[in-house]
Design a protein around this ligand. Structure first.
Ligand code: CP
Length: 300
């Protein structure tokens, strides 16, 4: 089983992951190793920087008793000598029971899956998808709101290049939600994603300012590294900022999420607000990824 995209993930599959994540949460909290994946090896191939995805996968594998090999700087791998992704995958599958890959190219994880006999997990491919982030986001919403149906969710910031919001929009669309997409006009959600959501019967409203009264306000970083033109980036870099002032307008029960890292979208003065959930959200990456690793490697 590969984990490449949330686009075709079923509601049943998502609910199964969330149920298994709940079982993993006490192990993640206790930081006490079990032997569920003893003898198994995970390869982490990070062709782009990461803190949360890479380290939480490593922590998850370690907690389940497995071993991790990999690289996080392709300049120290044979990619630097011109080795193709296909060849890299064919080699690494011989060293590991599953592979997590993060790559700047859209479709890289799907390509890797074509060449791999072992499960491929997409840790983010360009601006396309970040499915494991979406699943931990879903778990965070479920924990905080007690449900996934009946919610109004605002996705705000860089909806064009932000892979986390692409994955989360598709994952949430399997539930009874309505969306507000808040972004500068140049960073709107891709048209094909909006079309897919609407054809699934999901309500989508697109606006140019932050909607602060939703059940969930999910902010994102403007993805500087994806802009072909730095001046275009500078024009929108400070478009959406949640600070102590805008916090006064926030709904009493609006939870604030962010996949992190943040740049200036959320002022540190917001961190201690009871509605700010982005650090607990990043913690849930561990039990969610434990559940996914166990599913792909131990068939639980
Ligand atoms: N949220 C996320 O993907 O963070 P990293 O880039 O640090 O992995």
């Amino acid at each position: 089983m590969d984990i490449i995209s949330t686009r075709n993930m079923s509601r049943d599959f998502i609910e199964d992951v969330l149920e298994k994540t709940k079982k993993m949460e006490p192990i993640a909290k206790a930081k006490k190793q079990v032997d569920m994946l003893k003898g198994k090896t995970l390869a982490t191939l990070f062709f782009e920087p990461s803190t949360r995805t890479k380290l939480s996968f490593m922590a998850a594998m370690n907690l389940l008793g497995g071993t991790v090999v990999g690289f996080d700087d392709p300049r120290t791998s044979s990619v630097k000598k011109g080795e193709t992704l296909a060849d890299t995958i064919r080699v690494v599958e011989g060293y590991a029971n599953a592979i997590v890959i993060r790559h700047p190219n859209e479709g890289a994880a799907a390509l890797a899956a074509k060449f791999s006999e072992v499960p491929i997990i997409n840790g983010g491919d360009g601006s396309n998808q970040h499915p494991t982030q979406a699943l931990l986001d879903m778990y965070t919403i479920l924990k905080e709101k007690g449900k996934l149906d009946g919610l109004k969710v605002t996705l705000a910031g860089d909806l064009k290049y932000g892979r986390t919001v692409h994955s989360l929009a598709y994952a949430l669309s399997k539930f009874d939600v309505s969306f507000v997409f808040a972004s500068p006009p140049s960073l709107r959600m891709p048209r094909w994603i909006v079309a897919d959501l609407k054809s699934s019967g999901i309500s989508v409203k697109e606006i140019n300012s932050i909607e602060v009264k939703s059940d969930v306000l999910y902010l994102t970083r403007i993805q500087k590294e994806r802009f072909p033109d730095i001046e275009e980036y500078q024009r929108v870099a400070s478009a959406y900022i949640l600070d102590e002032e805008t916090l006064k307008e926030l709904g009493e029960e609006t939870m604030i999420m962010h996949p992190l890292p943040r740049v200036n979208e959320i002022s540190p003065g917001v961190d201690n607000d009871r509605r700010a959930k982005y650090f607990v959200q990043s913690f849930y990456g561990v039990p969610t990824r434990m559940a996914l690793l166990a599913m792909v490697m131990a068939d639980i």
